[in-house]
Design a protein around this ligand. Structure first.
Ligand code: TGC
Ligand code: FAD
Length: 385
């Protein structure tokens, strides 16, 4: 009732509904039973990638190479079903699909595609995407990681940080400045076990604990010249981020949906002052706000995904929905925590975990404020970065 209140599902074909239903079943049967333990103990089981691969949902917009070849709307709705369980699992899905398989598909040679895409689609190989550096987060143009051509090879040096999946990755997509070509930013594929490459885990995360995050350190890492992607400049990573940000816009609403379900369940069972909490006006007022914001945000995601499927979406639309979905979902998770009283901070009720996860999602792939500035620039013509 909450999810289809505005009848958005009428935009879906029966095949899309089937994909979403089977993803939901997978998420409930395979991911849900393990999340409390995975989150508490920071467990990242590589088999999750293989299970997603068996479901056929990795790289779902890619045609060929054992991928689904479906729409961006389907992609977004898959992300929503996974993030309804946990943002960390959705992160694993997003990075593999939008930030590793997608750039190889967009900018890779046929040889690279044949070598990597089927392995990534099956989840046998895990990928990561290295753009952020210790001193260059919101402003990746300033990156200092560099590549130097050396005969038939490139030599890479530098470091990346806050990289999802890096400690368990088999394939590292690293964005670096090519010193031998006017410092143009280019994408390089580095395989695990290449000499000079290390990927230490970042410890102490209080958010997104079911997804592993690390650094990428490169000390004279030598790779064949064939491992370069065919794109130059920041539009390379940003074109991939447009897709990943769309997935996040849907995904966060999965977390919000899960919080709303929990609140309805709780308030229709718990009594205070001899009445169910759901009978109280203040509770209904909060629920009305939460369900309204959820539905309006989801409608905007459908609209932008449908435009993107028709090649009519522009990046600023994606900035608008990424920022809006994150902020509205954070607010919904915060209100849910409140409504559950003391139980709201317990792992058993899930909302606090969603709340802490959403703090990360609000920051990565462009912070909420950076997306506000992207919109500010678009609407006024003045850049205020
Ligand atoms: P600017 O001068 O505006 O642009 C440089 C070049 O890039 C092009 N471009 C885009 N192309 C496609 N889509 C977009 N969204 C684009 N945005 C910019 C632009 O046209 C230009 O191309 P060209 O051919 O003229 O060279 O760039 P700027 O240096 O002023 O930066 C602008 C700014 C601040 C908006 C940008 O740097 C930004 O978005 N910063 C945020 C950084 C970010 O999002 N990092 C993400 C790291 S990856 C990650 O977080 C993964 S988490 C995944 C998970 O676990 O789920
Ligand atoms: P900063 O850029 O230092 O920003 C700090 C604050 O300053 C923010 O509030 C920001 O909005 C504000 N700010 C920055 N510039 C301006 C400005 N011009 N005007 C006003 N305010 C400004 N990166 C990857 O490349 N790959 C990954 O897989 C990846 N996964 C991640 C996973 C996790 C768990 C986390 C936490 C991050 C991940 N990131 C990844 C990095 C993420 O994209 C960056 O954290 C994010 O882009 C912000 O960069 P920063 O942390 O350096 O913050």
């Amino acid at each position: 009732m909450i999810k289809n209140f505005l009848k958005l599902e009428k935009f879906l074909s029966s095949e899309q509904k089937m994909i979403i239903d089977s993803t939901k079943a997978f998420a409930n049967q395979y991911l849900k039973p393990r999340i409390i333990n995975d989150y508490k103990n920071e467990i990242v089981d590589k088999n999750i990638f293989k299970e997603m691969g068996q479901m056929g949902i990795l790289g779902p917009t890619i045609k060929g190479y054992n991928c689904l070849g479906d729409s961006y709307l389907t992609y977004g709705l898959i992300a929503k079903e996974i993030e309804a369980i946990d943002s960390g699992y959705r992160s694993m899905f997003s990075v593999q699909s939008s930030l590793v398989m997608n750039p190889i598909n967009k900018y890779g040679s046929e040889e690279q595609k044949n070598k990597y895409l089927p392995e990534l689609a099956s989840g046998n190989m895990i990928g990561c995407f290295g753009l952020t550096e210790p001193d260059h987060g919101s402003n990746p143009a300033g990156m200092i990681t560099n590549a130097q051509k050396d005969g038939n090879h490139y030599i890479l040096n530098g470091s990346k940080t806050w990289i999802s999946n890096s400690p368990i990755a088999d394939l590292f997509l690293v964005w670096a400045k090519d010193k031998s070509d006017d410092n143009k930013i280019k994408g390089f594929l580095i395989e695990k076990n290449t000499s000079g490459l290390t990927a230490p885990k970042i410890d102490g995360k209080l958010s997104l604990r079911a997804s592993v995050t690390g650094m990428i350190m490169m000390d004279d890492v030598k790779i064949p010249k064939e491992n370069i992607l065919q794109v130059e400049g920041l539009k390379g990573p940003f074109n991939c981020l447009n897709d990943a940000r769309l997935g996040i816009s849907f995904g966060t609403l999965g977390a919000a949906e899960s919080c709303i379900d929990q609140v309805i369940d709780y308030t229709t069972q718990r009594k205070q002052f001899n009445q169910f909490l759901a009978e109280k006006q203040l509770i209904q007022f909060k629920l009305a706000d939460m369900i309204t914001e959820y539905n309006l945000a989801l409608s905007s995601c459908y609209q932008v995904a449908l435009l993107k499927d028709n090649n009519e979406a522009i990046p600023e639309m994606i900035s608008m929905i990424k920022r809006n979905s994150c902020q509205k979902s954070l607010d919904i998770a915060r209100k849910s925590r409140d409504i559950l009283g003391g139980n709201g901070i317990s792992e058993e009720y899930n909302v606090f975990r969603h709340l802490t996860n959403l703090e990360t999602v609000n920051t990565y792939e462009g912070t909420a404020d950076i997306h506000a500035l992207i919109l500010g620039k678009f609407f006024t013509g003045f850049s205020s970065f």
